[in-house]
Ligand binder design. Structure first.
Ligand SMILES: [Zn+2]
Length: 276
């Protein structure tokens, strides 16, 4: 049994503010071992539950956050960015039986610690086939297309609530309870490690490949300024469908998530430091 862990950082134990997750700063340096501890707790639980191999795909920012020198030696880690499937890289090769969304967070426009979808502030909402979508919902649709079930989701309590909507069978573990976008009631790493490890050993039992669900999808993205919607239409197939909103149709989720990456990358380059 092979498990993929897609490891984002906003939903890790103790993380509550931008400084905790912005690469290079002291807050981020402090949280790196804590984040790595969450990963190790899940890796340990998965092996206890019968996993034979675990690939950890770094999914946050520069995708260089976890400390390899502290990683459980039974796991492997995919570090660095520019990957075909970004946060979901590794799910597409037909050898993964289940995926864990670790350190995930609520989507743009929703309540949750550091809630966003891809871009920190610029994207104010994303809709997948008419349903408001977090990164978790988008990535679950990618996993489904490759026949891989989401077996576990970790983050704040809002993240776990969100996961109930897109992966109801997955085991959710809240490592903190949201008070506001930048505040949470946090639990100590020893405590969350025990919770994560226990849940992961049960989640491993859910790792059974399924029939792939390949379908066409429509994605709409709303920005906080109209020039960003205009800029995003440079991507082939992307059309304006509102003042600050773009939309596109894709034949597969693989194509949809790659187009989403292109749209958000273009939008992030269409901002000036002042005036956004
Ligand atoms: Zn992130």
């Amino acid at each position: 049994m092979r498990i993929l862990i897609s490891a984002d950082m906003e939903g890790a134990t103790g993380v509550t503010c931008p400084e905790d997750v912005l690469p290079g700063g002291p807050g981020w340096e402090r949280m790196r071992p804590v984040f790595t501890g969450d990963v190790n707790a899940v890796v340990g639980g998965l092996f206890d539950g019968g996993a034979r191999s675990v690939l950890v795909n770094e999914a946050h920012w520069t995708m260089r956050n976890l400390l390899l020198e502290r990683l459980d030696e039974r796991a492997e880690m995919l570090t660095g960015r520019h990957k075909d499937l970004s946060m979901m890289e590794g799910v597409q090769h037909g050898d993964v039986d289940g995926v864990v969304f670790l350190g995930y967070h609520a989507g743009a426009g929703s309540e949750g610690v550091l809630a966003h979808t891809y871009l920190a502030n610029t994207v104010t909402g994303v809709w997948l086939d008419g349903v408001r979508a977090s990164e978790g919902r988008l990535n679950a649709a990618v996993a489904a297309e490759f026949g891989v079930p989401v077996i576990m989701v970790t983050g704040d309590d809002r993240t776990v609530e969100d996961a109930d909507g897109y992966a109801p069978e997955a085991i959710g573990v809240a490592v903190k309870d949201c008070v506001s976008r930048y505040a949470a009631v946090c639990r100590a790493p020893e405590r969350t490690a025990a919770d994560l490890s226990r849940a992961a050993s049960l989640a491993a039992l859910l790792a059974v490949r399924r029939e792939p669900v390949v379908a066409a999808h429509r994605v709409e993205v709303e920005f906080d300024a109209d020039h960003l919607a205009q800029a995003a239409t440079v991507v082939p197939g992307v059309e304006r469908c509102g003042e600050r909103r773009i939309g596109y149709d894709s034949a597969t989720m693989y194509a949809a998530i790659r187009c989403f990456k292109a749209v958000t990358t273009i939008a992030s380059q269409a901002m000036e430091e002042q005036y956004g």
